[in-house]
Each structure stands twice: as structure tokens, then as C-alpha cells.
Design a protein around this ligand. Structure first.
Ligand code: TYC
Length: 101
């Protein structure tokens, strides 16, 4: 036959990758009261008193502590809100974000 139809021997597979998660990181400073850090962690990240205290004291001792992981948008929004809560009180409290490896 003249019009031979050849089936493609390869299939196009669209790779769907899970969105990378982003860490919210609490950074220590010398001025923000411990109790205030705990309050912000509880309010913005829905932690118990115990969880919030452990995260705060880890950042206090080591310099930083991972608070939680979220999609990029959620991580950035929460980090900004939590940082702003400190700024509203005149504290240098800082939450940053970075992508998980
Ligand atoms: N280092 C602060 C103090 O001694 C408390 C503190 C802990 C501040 C963790 C920020 O991310 C922080 N008052």
C-alpha cells in the first residue's frame, strides 16, 4: 500500500512533579521576648504551647529553627504575617523561607 501509516513508537509522557515545599524558618534575635515569639508561633502556625516553646527555644539556642513546611505561597504569606506581628510591636523578630531540597 502507498499510504502506510506508521504508529509512533514512543509515547509522550508529561511529567507531573509535586510542587516543592518551602520551609518557614524562625531566626533568633536578642530583643524579642520569648513569650511573644511563642504567642506568634501559636497564632500564625497553630501550634500548641509546648510545640511553640520547643521551636522558640531551639531558635534561641541554635540561631534558627524550621517552623513548618508549606507550598511556596503559604510559606511566604505566613512568614510575612509573623514577621509583621513582631514589627507592629517594634521587635526585630524574623521569619524567612527557603525551598526544601
Ligand atoms: N533570644 C530572645 C531572648 O532572649 C528570644 C527569641 C527566641 C527571639 C527565638 C527570637 O526567634 C527567636 N529574648
Amino acid at each position: 500500500m502507498a499510504d502506510t501509516v506508521t504508529k509512533p513508537r514512543t509515547k509522550v509522557r508529561t511529567k507531573v512533579e509535586r510542587p516543592r515545599l518551602h520551609k518557614v524558618i524562625l531566626v533568633n534575635d536578642d530583643y524579642t521576648p520569648r513569650e511573644f515569639v511563642v504567642t506568634v508561633l501559636k497564632g500564625e502556625f497553630r501550634m500548641t504551647d509546648d510545640q511553640a516553646y520547643k521551636v522558640m527555644i531551639t531558635a534561641h539556642r541554635l540561631g534558627v529553627c524550621v517552623v513548618a513546611v508549606f507550598t511556596k505561597d503559604v510559606a511566604e504569606t505566613k512568614a510575612t504575617r509573623a514577621t509583621d506581628a513582631g514589627r507592629a510591636k517594634g521587635y526585630p523578630l524574623l521569619f524567612t523561607t527557603e525551598p526544601e531540597e
